[in-house]
Design a protein around this ligand. Sequence first.
Ligand code: SF4
Length: 95
Amino acid sequence: MANDTAVGALAGAVMTEKGLSYKGFIMEPIIDKCEGCDRAVDVEAAKYCPSYANPARKWAHGICNFATHVKAEKTKTGEVKINPLKASKRAARGR
Ligand code: SF4
C-alpha cells in the first residue's frame, strides 16, 4: 500500500524509491535560493516545492517568479537585482 507522506499543498504526494512522487512527477528538493519561500512544504527530512518539480532548474534562468521571499526588481539600466536592500548595505560597507 502507498504511504502518503505529504500534507498541505503536496497532499497525495508519496515517497518512492526514486524520490517524492506527486501527480506523476518525481519532485526534487528545494535549493538554497528557495529558503524562506512560503511555498516550500516539509516532507520528511526535506522541503519540496508544489509549484515546481525541479526548483534548481527554475532558478537557473533567473529569479523564481513564484517566490514569496524575494522580488525581482529592475534597475534603471534594466539589470535584474535580488534583495536590493542587502545589496545597498553591502555597498555601504565597501564590499
Ligand atoms: S516557488 Fe520558487 S522559490 Fe518558492 S520553493 Fe518553489 S521554486 Fe523555490
